[in-house]
Design a protein around this ligand. Structure first.
Ligand code: 5GW
Ligand code: MN
Length: 354
């Protein structure tokens, strides 16, 4: 009897152990695929260290709670804007004036106590744009919400002191100056990545990265929130994609083939959840550096890399050109309001080596 039992036990062990081992292998295999499925291809820096950062999972984006007391206009599914497209083929909203209710949106997001970081670079003579940028941001950018503006500059003394509403603050981050735009441009993504890793993680929910040579003219608020947010460039949205100024050399990591592309997005404004923008900044920087090693500079520097990234990693919210117009461009009829616009600048005056 006892001999039989012993036999049984050792046989059981002989069967169970390999099964457990197999299950373990299967689990790690499935987990790896699941993880790659949700996080996509991991971008690892050249030193081999993992670039992944831990973020508290932001749940509120997925759960929208409206106030029981707010009264607002009845929504319709048969009436609305017909002069513009308001959804992408992958079903991300395209935000135009008249497609959303700002009071309703604010009432949903205000109780969530969200905070928004904004980065802006003012290197060299570009500090002269800061005053208007910061003052108009106070009037139009996420008014009534927690906003933290980070100004990256080599001339901290030239940062204009702007009176900010309570809950809003400004931090000046000193950076070395440079005469080479390529360097400033490459460093932008790197600094955004580092800022998220070192300062924002677990303190902020969303981040927007904006050009300084621009002003706010209208509301830019909760309607712009999304996991990954891109702005459609005002200059190309009526053109065939073969004419978009993507990087067209296959040797570049920013390459987009002539028959590919969704929209041409702005390098001057993008944003989203911290972890999404972190991934974008890390990928663009890594690709930028890989190109540089081969002596390639993409057609429109990080804008080209951003466009390549957004082609593969589809934005979950797309902002119409209302969100980055250009002052020299006459307003098209479908643009009912210009919210943010690049000022006219004298290149010879502000850019180094031009
Ligand atoms: C830009 C072009 C050539 C050389 C230097 C610069 C430059 C850009 C600079 O000297 N300092 C600087 O802070 N920038 C930052 O990059 C600004 O935030 C600027 O808004 C952003 C993008 O450059 P822009 O605005 O001149 O590019 P466009 O395509 O909007 O005209
Ligand atoms: Mn600009």
């Amino acid at each position: 009897m006892s001999f039989k039992m012993h036999l049984l036990t050792s046989r059981t062990v002989a069967v169970i152990l390999p099964v457990l081992l197999l299950l373990g292998m299967l689990y790690s295999y499935i987990w790896r695929h699941y993880r790659d499925g949700i996080f996509g291809q991991e971008v690892r820096p050249a030193d081999g260290s993992s670039s992944r950062v831990d973020f508290t999972i932001v749940n509120h984006w997925f759960h929208l709670v409206a106030s029981d007391y707010l009264e607002y206009q009845q929504p319709s599914i048969v009436q609305g804007r017909t002069d513009v497209v308001t959804v992408t083929p992958w079903l991300a909203p395209i935000v135009w004036e008249g497609t959303y209710n700002p009071e309703l949106l604010d009432s949903i997001y205000r109780p969530q106590n969200i905070s928004i970081a904004a980065t802006v670079f003012a290197v060299g003579k570009y500090t002269k744009f800061l005053r208007d940028f910061l003052e108009t941001a106070e009037q139009h950018f996420f008014v009534g919400f927690k906003v933290h503006v980070y100004v990256f500059t080599d001339r901290p003394k030239e940062v204009h002191q702007v009176k900010m509403a309570s809950g809003r603050q400004l931090t000046v981050v000193p950076v070395p100056g440079s005469n080479r735009w390529q360097e400033i441009s490459a460093r932008r993504m790197e600094l955004i990545q580092t800022l998220i890793e070192e300062k924002l993680q677990n303190h902020m929910d969303y981040i927007f990265c904006l050009d300084v040579d621009s002003k706010f003219h209208g509301r830019w608020g909760t309607e712009s929130l999304g996991a990954l947010v891109a702005v459609i460039h005002p200059g190309y949205y009526r053109d065939d994609r073969s004419k978009f100024p993507y990087e067209r050399r296959p040797e570049s990591t920013a390459y987009v083939a002539p028959r590919k592309g969704d929209f041409y997005y702005c390098g001057g404004a993008f944003g989203g959840l911290l972890q999404e923008v972190h991934r974008l900044a890390n990928t663009c920087r890594t690709n930028f550096e890989a190109d540089a090693k081969k002596g390639i500079e993409a057609a429109w520097q990080e804008e080209s890399h951003l466009n390549r990234y957004m082609l593969i990693n589809k934005p979950t919210k797309v902002l119409s050109p209302e969100y980055l117009w250009q002052d020299f461009k006459p307003r098209n009829p479908e643009v009912r309001i210009i919210r943010f616009s690049g000022v006219i600048k004298n290149y010879a005056d502000i850019r180094p080596n031009v």
